[in-house]
Write a protein that binds this ligand. Structure first.
Ligand code: CP
Length: 310
């Protein structure tokens, strides 16, 4: 990396905004912070005095807790607000609510919202840094970064690998961030899923489309299964979950087709027996819980780089 390089982004709205050097810098910083989480006293003073608000309009287990754990391990003050507990239920707009939060002088607002573009909207209207924790079907950049970190750890590199992403590509913000991130870092990305869930023009993000899962995973180093996003589908886009599992679920046969070294990933939450055969989800190829562990390290790195901790 260029010795003059400095991460200089105030917000993280999508991996589309980051260069390969930016991504490498986040991954290196995350690797250096990861060790803090295995200490007996899991706390450093790096972000003491900083205020972070988790503003989540959708359910979340991993992302919300992971950002909160990351912030607390770096001694920042964290506050959580959800849509049901906020005045948006009384009709206040997202921007008005955000301006009121901003009037309390937080350093960073972490937003999850069902509308694509909501994180950018917030960033355009307030002074605090904004981190996109998933906006509609657009991007989930911190998930993309933790996926990159997990692959880099498991494989020792990202460039030159083949990554197969299987499932609901159309509605998955994780898929969009992963396609952008892995392509920027020099991996080749192939996607497959029901034809109704492959959006036209996905190749423009850097992906190749395969008609069948077996074709997509052939020679793959990484198999990424995606969650079926029933809440984002306006209509039934495939006949049944049983048929989805049969044609697009990651089974032992699919993993065997990829080759003996392939790893299996999933952003969670898993629909067991639909996207992933339980034998694969809990098997030796699965790095799903490593993804969650790395999520804390990546989010510590992001908070540090974005808020300029000492
Ligand atoms: N991967 C992910 O975004 O999970 P949560 O919805 O639990 O945050």
């Amino acid at each position: 990396m260029d010795p003059e390089y400095r991460f200089s982004h105030k917000h993280l709205l999508g991996l589309a905004d980051l260069s390969a050097e930016d991504i490498q810098s986040v991954l290196q910083t995350a690797e250096s912070f990861k060790e803090i989480s295995s200490r007996a006293i899991k706390k450093v003073p790096t972000l003491r005095g900083k205020t972070i608000i988790n503003f989540f309009f959708e359910p979340s287990t991993r992302t919300r807790l992971s950002f909160e754990v990351a912030a607390k391990r770096m001694s920042a003050d964290t506050f959580n607000i959800s849509s049901s507990g906020s005045s948006t239920v009384k009709g206040e707009t997202l921007i008005d609510t955000a301006r009121n939060l901003a009037a309390m002088n937080p350093d960073c607002i972490i937003l999850r919202h069902p509308r694509s573009g909501s994180a950018r909207l917030l960033a355009d209207h307030i002074n605090a840094s904004v981190i996109n924790a998933g906006d509609g079907t657009h991007e989930h950049p911190s998930q993309g970064l933790l996926d990159l970190m997990t692959v880099q750890e498991a494989k020792g590199r990202i460039a030159g690998l083949k990554v197969a992403i299987i499932g609901d590509i159309a509605h998955s913000r994780v898929a969009h961030s992963d396609i952008i991130g892995f392509s920027k870092m020099g991996a080749s990305v192939t996607v497959s899923g029901p034809a109704t869930l492959i959006p036209p023009g996905i190749e423009e993000l850097g992906a190749t489309v395969s008609r069948t899962v077996l074709e997509a995973v052939e020679g793959a180093d990484v198999i990424m299964a995606l969650r079926i996003q029933k809440e984002r589908q306006q209509e039934a886009l495939f006949p049944s979950l049983r048929e989805y599992a049969k044609f697009f679920g990651i089974s032992p046969k699919v993993v065997d087709t990829a080759g003996p070294e392939a790893i299996v990933m999933h952003p969670g939450p898993i629909n067991r027996g639909v996207e992933l055969d339980p034998k694969i989800a809990d098997g030796s190829r699965s790095v799903i819980l490593e993804q969650v562990t790395n999520g804390v390290a990546v989010r510590m790195a992001l908070l540090y780089l974005i808020m300029g901790g000492d």
